[in-house]
Design a protein around this ligand. Structure first.
Ligand SMILES: Nc1ncnc2c1ncn2[C@@H]1O[C@H](COP(=O)(O)OP(=O)(O)O)[C@@H](O)[C@H]1O
Ligand SMILES: [Mg+2]
Length: 362
């Protein structure tokens, strides 16, 4: 990266162990709409460290994509963003569009769900991968094509040279997604945000894509933020997990800890979705939890999950619980009455914390 300008950033570079690569604090996103302002992300804080895969989970509409896009100013014009996003010690909230453009691709890159919509159908794959390298790295056409071959190889595409001559529609969905990943990592970004990258793909293809992400984490030392619906995916590849509900972080922990001892009743509900015997390669969706995610017109000064929670009482309906260390664990949980070591039996048929079964008796 280029040299940071401020003294504070210089401190941070010297103390890499102290400041994580990506440091997000109180990220808050609202949208101006015809019906008035809505809140989509509410004081979200997290770190992503180099060489680590952080999974972000939560039902649809919980603010995962909005939070991800807010990191580098990708949101629509009607968005208002506050809080702090520091990447390598540099503040991105409030940075100019030019500065953000320079950061994107080079330092933070994205992979989205639909590779077909992101690739241009009229140009060959090679031209599109090479274009990234020419624009961002200033490579010549030949250099860029040679590097494109290496990149396709890196993401596990066989016969890369021949593939470069093909058009997107000539590739399967899984290959297209690999091409998108190749483009995302073309400039060695330090943070890779993958937003439901395998959702549109079938199970065996998914597994291949996850292998690629794992490999990039290990080989490039990138910080990977993986947004997913699929707790089977989380159990397989994540180092840490952050659970979001209605725009807020409700629980956060190491992956094994989360599966062994979910503390937030929302997490307990989500885990009910995973078959207790892990079907290898099977799709493991989040369980449907009764009730709906609250609308976003206003964020209540209360637990946003209270209306759907089996443990809710008056306090939950009148005071927002802060994200705080959970008793006897390394979790943080935003709940006045955290669940015990086992999910309540009345919530989940087959009520064991499933998935990672290493701490069965705990
Ligand atoms: N440009 C926008 N204007 C108004 N509301 C938006 C806009 N973009 C997203 N939202 C709202 O923000 C909320 C969070 O969406 P999103 O982050 O996409 O959810 P997730 O990725 O968790 O499924 C949703 O209610 C969505 O409708
Ligand atoms: Mg989304």
């Amino acid at each position: 990266m280029s040299a940071p300008a401020t003294g504070a950033a210089a401190d941070l570079l010297s103390g890499d162990a102290e400041e994580p690569l990506l440091r997000v604090r109180d990220l808050t996103v609202g949208f101006r709409t015809e019906d008035g302002p809505v809140s989509a992300v509410d004081h979200v804080s997290f770190d992503a460290r180099a060489g680590e895969l952080l999974a972000v989970v939560g039902e649809s509409g919980c603010g995962k994509s909005v939070a991800a896009m807010a990191l580098s100013g990708l949101l629509a014009r009607n968005a208002t963003v506050s809080g702090s996003v520091r990447l390598g010690g540099r503040e991105l909230v409030g940075a100019s569009p030019d500065q953000l453009r320079a950061v994107r691709g080079k330092e933070i890159a994205y992979i989205f769900q639909e590779p077909m919509t992101s690739l241009n159908p009229v140009f060959t794959v090679g031209r599109q991968v090479a274009e990234v390298l020419r624009v961002h790295e200033g490579m010549s056409r030949t250099q860029a094509l040679d590097r494109a071959v290496e990149l396709l190889d890196l993401v596990g595409i066989p016969h890369p040279r021949e593939r470069l001559r093909q058009y997107p529609h000539q590739l399967s969905g899984g290959l297209r997604q690999r091409v998108m990943i190749a483009m995302a990592v073309a400039c060695d970004p330090r943070v890779l945000v993958a937003d439901e990258p395998t959702t549109a793909l079938d199970v065996t293809v998914q597994a291949g894509i996850l292998d690629v992400l794992r490999d990039l984490r290990d080989r490039l030392g990138a910080a990977i933020v993986l947004i997913t619906h699929d707790l089977g995916v989380v159990a397989d590849v994540a180092d840490r997990v952050m659970v979001m509900y209605a725009g807020r972080v409700v629980e956060r922990s190491e992956v094994d800890e989360l599966f062994a001892r979910p503390r937030h009743h929302y997490t307990v509900g989500l885990l009910g979705a995973v078959p207790s015997a892990r079907v290898s390669g099977g799709e493991q969706r989040l369980r449907e939890i009764p009730g709906l995610v609250p609308t976003l017109e206003q964020q209540p000064d209360a637990c946003t999950f209270a209306a759907r929670c089996p443990a809710a009482d008056e306090r939950c309906r009148s005071q927002e619980p802060p994200l705080a260390p959970a008793p006897q664990s390394s979790h943080e949980v935003a709940c006045w009455h955290p669940a015990g070591t086992r999910p309540p039996g009345d919530r989940a048929p087959g009520d064991r914390a499933p998935g990672v079964a290493r701490e069965e008796s705990g």
